[in-house]
Design a protein around this ligand. Structure first.
Ligand SMILES: *[C@@H]1O[C@H](CO)[C@@H](O)[C@H](O)[C@H]1NC(C)=O
Ligand SMILES: *[C@@H]1O[C@H](CO)[C@@H](O)[C@H](O)[C@H]1NC(C)=O
Ligand SMILES: *[C@@H]1O[C@H](CO)[C@@H](O)[C@H](O)[C@H]1NC(C)=O
Ligand SMILES: *[C@@H]1O[C@H](CO)[C@@H](O)[C@H](O)[C@H]1NC(C)=O
Length: 317
């Protein structure tokens, strides 16, 4: 087993060296989908960035093109607000955002939980902030609200509400919002609205590195927001409307990254590698390891050769 682990480490190192992306600045004002189409036709995809090294490569590309203002990258985020109790009937889309403060403003791309503020207005906030909260008891059709004046993060508030009452407060009408506002007495308090922290790259690679700009990302009523960056903001990332027209950056992969490779796995136990479950498990471990390193598009399979059994990796297939 020890040898197999060593093999995994070497393989992961080899791939992350060889998959460094080459970026290409395209000076054509485009929506995010127009940019995506262009990149897929001309290169590989819109720019995805999986490390600080790649982010610096992107910066070099923009600097040498002499472009300092916003450019699109392949990053996007679906905005899918949900209630803690899963409520999705009529009224589930009731909102009372503090729009004059630009909320939901998704500051620093790190605000996924919602609290109620003075005058019953809502703010998106970092889920780790410590705030009192509002639970409800009863059914989804006959809710009574309970204010819990203990400051805690959103997850712990949810747990508390589920243990002591029904769940964190679902708010589906103005009347309910006023009731809650009355209870909280102008204190900031969590309600049950939240969204998952789900960032995606257009090429499907896993999201593992981030370089957020600590700015407002005004979401408004958009259902999807698209990533942008600029050298004037030290290639830190933010979100803008996907419809806004901006120049963009594509990437391509150096050709050698598409080569197939072989690795040999030695087992001290001669019977071990004949066990199909063990073989499947080894492939899965290799695949997970590569995914964890951000290497996608790799297919692995076993081949047999002159009495030896090998796992083959074929990148780019
Ligand atoms: C991009 O195009 C605009 C006009 O469409 C031009 O003003 C600008 O200089 C160009 N920028 C670069 C970096 O080529
Ligand atoms: C708010 O509280 C006041 C006094 O505590 C009460 O008179 C009023 O009816 C309450 N409003 C709502 C909507 O519950
Ligand atoms: C509301 O807050 C004020 C001051 O912040 C306090 O004097 C008052 O007792 C509070 N009311 C309730 C119902 O907690
Ligand atoms: C919550 O507790 C704080 C003190 O811990 C108090 O100042 C505040 O008025 C309380 N709020 C309500 C609505 O009871």
């Amino acid at each position: 087993m020890e040898r197999i682990l060593v093999g995994l480490l070497l393989l992961a190192g080899w791939f992350s060296l060889s998959t460094c992306r080459q970026y290409h600045f395209v000076n054509q004002s485009s929506t995010w989908s127009e940019a995506l189409t262009h990149c897929r036709q001309t290169y590989t995809d819109l720019a995805s960035i999986s490390s600080v090294d790649e982010n610096n490569e992107l910066k070099k590309t923009l600097n040498s093109a002499g472009h300092s203002s916003d450019v699109r990258i392949g990053l996007y985020n679906e905005v899918d607000w949900k209630w803690s109790d899963g409520f999705s009937s009529s009224g589930a889309d009731y909102r009372n955002w503090y729009t004059s403060a630009y909320d939901p403003d998704f500051i620093g791309a790190n605000q996924f939980c919602v609290n109620i503020y003075q005058n019953g207005l809502w703010l998106d906030t970092e889920c780790s902030s410590k705030l009192p909260f509002v639970c409800y008891i009863g059914t989804r059709l006959a809710r009574e609200f309970v204010f819990v004046n203990k400051s805690t993060d959103w997850r712990s508030a949810q747990k508390y509400c589920r243990e002591s009452y029904t769940d964190l407060a679902t708010v589906s009408t103005d009347a309910e919002n006023k009731k809650i506002n009355n209870l909280t007495n102008k204190t900031l308090a969590w309600i049950g609205l939240f969204r998952d922290k789900k960032f995606s790259w257009s090429d499907g690679s896993s999201f593992q590195f981030s370089s957020w700009d600590n700015v407002m990302n005004e979401i408004g009523s958009m259902r999807i927001i698209c990533g942008a960056t600029s050298v004037t903001r030290s290639v830190a990332w933010k979100f803008l409307s996907c419809e806004k027209k901006l120049p963009f950056v594509c990437y391509s992969l150096p050709p050698e990254a598409k080569q197939a490779m072989k690795m040999t796995i030695e087992s001290e136990d001669s019977v071990g590698l004949n066990n199909p479950a063990l073989k499947a498990n080894i492939l899965k471990k290799l695949q997970d390891r590569l995914e964890a390193k951000g290497v996608s598009g790799v297919s692995l399979e076993w081949t047999e050769q002159a009495g030896r059994k090998q796992a083959e990796g074929d990148k780019g297939g």
